[in-house]
Every structure is written in C-alpha cells, then in structure tokens.
Ligand binder design. Structure first.
Ligand code: NAP
Ligand code: HSE
Length: 440
C-alpha cells in the first residue's frame, strides 16, 4: 500500500475537529516537506450535516454515518474528536479491528475503558495515540510514555483543568466570590452551561486516571480517583491563603508508594493550598501545568494551554503525523502492559490541612478546641482568630482558621468530628489540604 498520501477519517467536527481540519490545511506542505507524507481528509462524520463548520470542507466529505467512516477500507487513519462514551468506544474498536491506527482526544472514554482500547490496539498491532486527552496542547503524555518509560516516577501532580484554574485565579486576583468567578468563566466560554464536570473535579479525575495508567503501568479508571472539586472554596479561604503565602489550586495527583509487599498507588483530585514558591503556584488563568517527580530525573514541569480548539488540534496533529510515519514504516508505538495495583485509601494518606471553624466568642473556647487537637495527636502549625461579632447580625461569634502539621487523614477526620460535637463550635467550614514540599 502506498502511504505517501495518508487518508484520514475524522469523527467529529466541533471545537477540536474544525481546528484540526484548518491546521492540517495550513501545515500540510510543511508536513510533506518534513516527512514525505501528505494528509488528505476524504471523510468527516458529524451529527448534523447541515451545520456550518467555519472551515473549508466539501459537502460531499461530510456524513452522519460515523461507522461507515471508521470501517471504510480506503481510510488509513481515524481521528476521534466527537467525545462521549458511546458510540465513540464502538467506533474506535471497529477502526482498530479493521487495522487502522486511531488518534483520540477523548479523556472520558480512555479513563472509563482505556485498558480495553489499549488491548485492542495491541492485538491489531496499530497505534492508539491520545496526547490531547490530558492537558490539551501540552506535549506531556509522549514524554511520559517514551522519555520517562524507565524512570522510577514517584509522583505526577498537575493543574489539569483550565476552567477551575481560571475561576481560582479570579477569586485570588480580583477577590471575586466563587459564583461570580464561575459566571465570568461561563461568559468567556471556558465553563459549560452545566459546569459540573469541571468544577466538581470529574474532568481532572479522568485526566489523572490516564496519567496514572501511563506513569505506573497500572490499570486505573476514573472510579479509582478520589475526587473533590472547588465549589466549596470561599473568598475567605483564598484571602487566608494569600495572607499566609499560598495560592489555592485544584490539583490532580497520581502517586506511587513502595511497600515491602509491593507498590501502592493513590490517585486524587482536590483543592490545595500551594506555597507561593512552588512552580505550580504561578500557573494563572486557564493555563495548565504538570509537575513530575522521579527518583532519577528529579523534578520536571510541563506548562501551556490545556484546552481550546487550536492547542488541542496541535496535539492531535502531532499524534496523527506520528501514526502516519509509523504506518508507512510498518511500526507502531506499544503502550506496554497495564497491571492491577493496590490503591492506598485517602484515610491512610498523611497531609497538612487548612481548617476553618466558626465558634462562640467567649472565654475558654480556644482552650477547648486546642484540647481536641491534642487528644487526637494532631499538631497545630499556625492559627488566626477574627471576631465576627457585629457583622451580618452575628452575635458573640469568631472565626478560627488553622493550618495543622501533616497528620493521617483518619486522625484529621476524627478531630473534625470531635470539634463538631463541641457546644462552642457553631460550624466546621472549609477543610483544604496544604502542600508541604518533601512531604509524601
Ligand atoms: P464538540 O465541540 O462538542 O464537537 C463534537 C463533534 O462531534 C461535533 O461535530 C458533533 O457533531 C460530533 N458528534 C458528536 N456525537 C456524534 C455522533 N454520535 N455521530 C457523529 N458525530 C458526532 O466537542 P470538542 O470540544 O471538539 O471535543 C471533542 C473531544 O475532544 C472530546 O472528547 C473532548 O473531551 C476532547 N477535548 C476537547 C478539548 C477542548 O478544548 N474542546 C480539549 C481537550 C480534549 P455536530 O457538530 O453535528 O453536533
Ligand atoms: N474543560 C476542560 C478544561 C477542557 O477546562 O480544562 C478540556 O479538557
């Protein structure tokens, strides 16, 4: 088969698909000059063929029969940028079974059934590439998969959701409340009308499941990720963090712990106070960044645009050219093996925490609270108290904000339960982890 012309079928022509078509049209002569390969797009599948796409595409190319594109014998490579679980899964499996390399940006699908898709690609001996599924335009998965294949990676920690990073940046820099910053993100097109997947951490959870699979050669799905979003973070929390030299970020973390009985993993998404000196604290606006820690390589950081049509299309096109070159030489990039591994539960993890309490503003209360921390072996690092009396019709109330030294999560939870049971504690407010460098 002559592969000097690579015929590509694209499933989906929305934000990413339309940008990809435009980028291929713009870069095709450069790709040809550098690789000897020319890319053609004879078929594009969409849901509604009457919609304008904003790119120059012949109407004869567009179809609503996605399966016909995925299995068309004249198509060499399939790009899946339609999103969702079904029919994307069935279409990718059909294309792989027909011996076609597949490029996908679909993090939700990979995080739900990556092992099945990886095995299908391996069985057919073709590429399944998915650089755009994590951190959009940032070339991160290929370095993780290739350059760091033999590196004993211990932790990957990142800001992998641009919408929440934008919201937290506005709350930090403009003092905005969460609801106002979210409304602004929706106006700018970062957040969807239903922002749940972004603000509750599900989007970042899918991404960290994919990252953990690749970094540790493990079977990890979204269901294995402990997930908490940013919707409960308040302007007061952000102001406290600023006063104490921290930035609040939504972190996605994958970690490996060596134990005498084998490795254990943790995969989690949660808001975190990050010291301003940490490189992730400086990642503003809708940007993404991923921080990798390896035993041999030390610390690495990847930074850039995590979303948007053009940045994401850039990652898809890089994969497409890679797959096309491999196809021509009869090679494919093996993804290796993915084995089941034990997960360390959140309760077993140690962390430093920022805790906020509303209490009675009277003598003896601070002593009672300090006593509860002492009884549970949880040590207070720093503390601030503000009287709220006289504000918003509140009488004899104070807010206490504390940071505690690293402690097992189960001890922190037991402390919070005991504090809630005290008559003098009116409510336990925010509880947010604090990143302590060097602490695992
Ligand atoms: P989008 O704008 O909603 O586009 C989806 C496209 O797929 C549309 O053209 C739609 O057709 C088509 N489609 C959906 N279901 C279909 C079906 N059953 N049969 C045929 N066509 C179908 O989505 P997107 O933002 O481009 O995202 C695409 C993928 O990239 C998703 O997996 C997403 O998670 C991932 N991704 C997106 C970004 C980003 O910044 N947008 C970043 C990283 C990864 P119609 O146009 O006719 O409705
Ligand atoms: N909704 C995602 C974000 C973009 O805000 O980062 C696609 O991954």
């Amino acid at each position: 088969m002559d592969h000097s012309v690579i015929r590509v079928g694209i499933l989906g022509c929305g934000t990413v698909g339309a940008s990809l078509v435009a980028l291929i049209q713009r870069q095709n002569s450069t790709i040809q000059a550098r690789t000897g390969l020319s890319i053609e797009i004879p078929r594009i599948a969409v849901r509604d063929s009457s919609r304008a796409r904003g790119v120059a595409v012949e109407s004869s190319v567009v179809t609503t029969d996605a399966m016909a594109v995925a299995t068309d014998p004249s198509i060499d490579v399939i790009v899946e940028v339609m999103g969702g679980l079904s029919p994307a899964r069935e279409l990718i499996l059909a294309a792989l079974a027909a011996g076609k390399p597949v490029i996908t940006a679909n993090k939700a699908l990979l995080a739900a059934c990556g092992s099945e898709l990886f095995a299908a690609a391996e069985a057919s001996g073709v590429d399944l590439l998915f650089e755009a599924s994590v951190a959009g335009g940032i070339p991160f998965l290929r370095p993780l998969r290739e350059s760091l294949l033999a590196e004993p990676v211990v932790r990957v920690m990142g800001i992998m959701n641009g919408t929440t990073n934008y919201i937290l940046t506005r709350m930090t820099e403009a003092g905005a409340e969460y609801a106002d910053a979210l409304a602004e993100a929706q106006e700018l097109g970062y957040a969807e009308a239903d922002p749940t997947a972004d603000v509750e951490g599900h989007d970042a959870a899918a991404k960290i499941a994919i990252v953990a699979s690749i970094a540790f050669g493990a079977e990890v799905t979204s269901a294995d990720v402990q997930c908490e979003g940013i919707s409960k973070v308040t302007a007061d929390d952000i102001a406290f963090a600023k006063r104490h030299g921290y930035a609040v970020k939504l972190l996605a973390i994958a970690e490996r712990f060596s134990t005498p009985s084998g490795d254990e993993l943790s995969a989690r998404v949660h808001p975190c106070l990050i010291p301003n000196a940490h490189p992730l604290a400086a990642v503003r606006d809708s940007f993404n960044a991923v921080f990798v820690q390896g035993e041999a390589v030390g610390d690495l950081m990847f930074y850039g645009r995590g979303a948007g049509g053009d940045p994401t299309a850039s990652a898809v096109l890089g994969d497409l050219v890679d797959a096309a070159v491999n196809l021509q030489s009869g090679a494919h990039a093996s993804l290796g093996t993915f084995v089941p591994m034990a997960f360390r539960s959140g309760e077993q993890l140690e962390a430093s925490w920022y805790l906020s309490l509303c209490v009675d503003d009277r003598s003896g209360v601070l002593a009672a609270i300090a006593g509860v921390f002492g009884e549970h072996g949880v040590s207070i690092d720093s503390m601030e108290q503000h009287s709220l009396s006289g504000t918003d019709d509140v009488a004899d109330e104070a807010r206490i904000d504390l940071i505690i030294h690293p402690a097992p999560e189960r001890d922190v939870q037991a402390t919070l339960d005991a504090l809630s049971a005290l008559d003098s504690v009116r409510s336990v407010g925010s509880t947010i982890r604090v990143l302590v460098e060097g602490d695992r």
